[in-house]
Design a protein around this ligand. Structure first.
Ligand code: NCD
Length: 326
């Protein structure tokens, strides 16, 4: 099954006509949009790295990060460069905000540079939506507060599809700091749309209230939540978003919610392991499992980040201009 999706080359997938010229959240996206983006990303993932994909020459992409990032920022930059666009990286972690400039002033300054696309990561939920309201270009949300991280969910979906072949019907257990995770929220929406069974596992202090309303099953015991899972997705303890009282001790956390061989043996015998990174070995996951090349897809996730972001950037510019040749 997986070979069929991974090596699919007969029909060349086109850039997708999206419903919006922004990618702010997975919530509200249609299944055909997600499938189209994944098919096109799969095509990019199968290309030789030196293939000519430079269709966006002359386009300007601003990578604007108000929060630290390594893999997301670099993979957006690589993706835009492989498409031939000009990329400018702007780190605003220590600059304008600290000088007291309001987010709206920052938005209008960036708008004056006339970018075609702006990629934004911000510690506050909803900041990319504000940029979308005030700028003339397309906006991609590269992670906003605890809200969403849509490109991470798309790259996770591509990683699973290339390994297992499909998403529908899979049992996917997301384990860790769900309350503070934008990755969890975007994955829950995407996996629901694609027909997977989503389970969330967390200590009660790190499980959001009323999560069941999003159509997931909640477990407070990892052994129960992981049973027969096809995919085990681990999340980092995001201490920077915790107020203090909910911080568990790392040793206790690993004992009850860290993935080790014993807990993994309860999952499906072919279950794969994922983590969006950065990961804490010995806290969320035993080091040997993170490096187990048969079961861990953590490095593939990073690799698929570039292909997925190429597909998203191309389709957003295509949607906005409709003039891009296929
Ligand atoms: C995630 C994020 O920033 O939300 N990381 C990422 O984008 N690869 C998860 C995290 O920081 O733990």
């Amino acid at each position: 099954m997986n070979k069929i999706f991974k090596n699919h080359k007969t029909i060349l997938p086109s850039p997708v006509n999206l419903l919006s010229s922004h990618l702010l959240a997975i919530e509200g996206m249609q299944k055909y949009e997600i499938e189209g983006l994944l098919d096109r990303a799969n095509y990019f993932a199968n290309l030789d790295r030196h293939s000519d994909t430079k269709k966006l020459s002359g386009y300007v992409v601003l990578n604007v990060f108000f929060e630290n990032s390594t893999r997301t920022r670099v993979s957006f930059e690589l993706a835009a460069r492989r498409l031939g666009a000009e990329v400018i990286n702007i780190s605003l972690i220590n600059s304008s905000i600290k000088k007291g400039e309001s987010l709206l002033d920052t938005a209008s300054t960036l708008n004056a540079m006339r970018p075609d696309l702006l990629i934004v990561r911000h510690p506050h939920s909803g900041a990319p939506h504000l940029f979308a309201d005030y700028l003339n270009c397309s906006i991609i949300n590269a992670g906003d507060g605890r809200h969403e991280h849509p490109t991470q969910a798309l790259l996770d979906a591509l990683t699973i599809k290339r390994r297992i072949g499909h998403l529908e019907g899979l049992k996917i257990s997301i384990c860790g700091d769900i309350a503070n995770s934008r990755v969890a929220r975007s994955n829950i929406h995407l996996l629901n749309i694609m027909g997977a069974e989503v389970r969330c596992i967390a200590p009660s202090t790190l499980m959001p209230l009323n999560l069941e309303k999003l159509g997931v099953k909640c477990f407070y015991n990892m052994e129960e939540g992981i049973k027969d899972a096809d995919v085990v997705m681990l999340l980092r303890l995001q201490n920077e978003r915790m107020s203090g009282t909910e911080n568990p001790s790392e040793r206790e956390y690993f004992k009850f919610f860290g993935l080790d061989e014993t807990k993994l043996s309860l999952a499906n015998s072919n279950a794969v392991i994922m983590h969006p990174g950065p990961m804490n070995r010995g806290v969320e996951i035993a080091s040997a499992l993170a490096d187990d090349s048969n079961r861990s897809l953590i490095k593939t996730q990073v690799e698929m980040g570039v292909a997925v972001r190429m597909s998203i950037i191309e389709s957003l510019i295509h949607t906005k201009t409709k003039g891009l040749e296929k």
